[in-house]
Design a protein around this ligand. Sequence first.
Ligand code: NAD
Length: 485
Amino acid sequence: MSFLNIDELTGKIFTGQWTRAHGGDAPIVNPSSGAEVGRAGSSNGQDVAEAAARAAEAQKGWAALPFVERAAILHRAGRVIEDNGAEIIDWFKQEAGAAAGMAGFNVHVGGAECFEAAALASQPYGEILRSEKPRLSFSRQIPVGVVGVISPFNAPLILGIRSVAPALALGNAVILKPDPRTAICGGAVIAEAFRQAGLPEGVLQVLPGGVEAGQQLVADPNVPVIAFTGSTAAGRKIAEAASTHLKRTHLELGGNSPLIVLDDVDIDAAAENGAWSAFLHQGQICMIAGRHIVHESVADEYVAKLSQKAKGLPVGDPLQREVALGPIIDAAQRDKIHGLVTSSVSGGATLAAGGTYDDLFYRPTVLDHVTQETPAYNTEVFGPVASVIRFSSVDELAAIAANSEYGLSLGILTRNPMRGLEIADRIPSGIVHINDQTVDDEAVAPFGGVAASGNGSRVGGRANLEAFTETQWVTMQAEPARYPF
Ligand code: NAD
C-alpha cells in the first residue's frame, strides 16, 4: 500500500480529513514532462475562515494534552516520513523537478524537524524571576493559538515542516498553505505524516491555494502568528498586512549570497563548492551563491574549473535518469532566468558556460567579468547561474560582499579560518560557513537572514521556543495583596 493515496487526495484539502475545497481544484504539473500528475484542492476565503475557526477550537484540547503525548505524535510523524522516504522522493522528482539528492535532503530534514520538535516539547519553558514582593514570580512560554504557515515551491517539505512541527510541539494548532505548484510534497506529505501519526483532527490543516488564500490567512482574526517563507516582495506585503492586524510575522525571504574565494585556497575544492552552491536544485534555493567573489590571482583558474564542471553536469528529467539538475519549476521562472543572463551578457559579462535551455531544462551557467551592476549578479536569479566578480584587497572584498540588499548566507573559503571569521565580521549575514559553501540546513541550528532576507526572527534550534509562543508573566502569593485604597 502506498503512503499517499492520490485518488483519495485528488481535488481535496486537509481539514483533519480530506475534503473538497469550496475554491475548487487546480492541476499539479510535472515540470519535466508537462503532464498533469494530480489535482490539488484550491482553497478560497471560506475554506480558510472555516479552517481557522476549527483550528482555534481544536488547539485547546491539543495544548491541554501531556507533553509526552504531543512528543510521541511528532516522533511518529518523523518515522512516517523516514519510512516512506522512497515514495516521497519519487513525488519530489515528479512534482518539484528535484534530483534524487535534493529530494532525499528534504526527506532527511523533514524527519529531523519532527524528531527535534518532539524533543522541544519536553524542554523547560520559562524562568523563575526575582521579585520585590514575597511571592513566586515567573515567566512561561505559552502557545500563541493558531499559527499560519505559508511556504514556497522550492524545498516544500523542509520549508513547511520546519514551522509546522515546532509550532505543534509547543501546543499550537497550525494551518499550512503550501504553494499550489507543490501541493503534494509541501502539503499532502505533511498532512498524511501527521494523520498517520495520530494527530487529533483539526490541529493541523493543509490548505493549498494561491495568493488570495495566503492573504486570507494573514487577515484571519483566529491566526495571530504567521510564519512565511518566500520572496522578499511577498514578504513585504505580508508584513504590511499583518501590521494592520498587529500580528507577529516570521519572514524568511530571498537571498543573493556571496561565496568568497581567497587567494590561498585549493582551487579544485573551491570549484566544487562553487558548483554545488550555484547549481543545486537548479539554483532554486534561497541560500544559493549567486555572487562568487574571487581573488584576482586565482580567478582565471576558478572560472575555468567551475565552467568545466558546469559543462559536464547532466541535466534532465530526474524520474528518467540520474541527473545533477532537473527542470526549472515553470516557464515564467525560466524566462526570468534567461532574461537576466542575456541582459548580463549584452551588458559586458562573459558567458563562460551554459546560457542555453531546452524546454524547462536550463544549462548550468557561469558568467565571468561581471560588475556590481550586472543584472544576474545584483538580482536574486533563482536559477543555476554563477556570476564571478574579482577583488584585489580585503577592504575591496568586504565592500563588495556587503553591497547587497540581502543578508542570508555567506561562504568563505580560505586555508586560514580565523582570517575567514574576521572577514565575516564585516559582512551582514544571518548564516556564515567558513570553509564551506552557502547552502545548508539542520533542524538543530537557527536559520534566518537579515535585511531584505528576513525580519531577523529565527526558526530552528532554540529559536523555535520564542517563535511559536507568547511570553506570559505570572505571580502567585498565598494571601490577597493589600493596598492603601
Ligand atoms: P512567493 O513569495 O511568490 O510565494 C511563496 C508563498 O507565498 C506561496 O505559497 C504563495 O502562494 C504565497 N504568497 C505569495 N504572495 C502572497 C501574499 N501577498 N500574501 C500571502 N501569501 C502569498 O515565492 P516564490 O517566488 O515562489 O519562491 C521563491 C522565493 O522564496 C525566493 O525569493 C527565495 O529566495 C525565497 N525563499 C526563501 C527561503 C528562506 O528560508 N529565506 C527559503 C526558500 C525560498
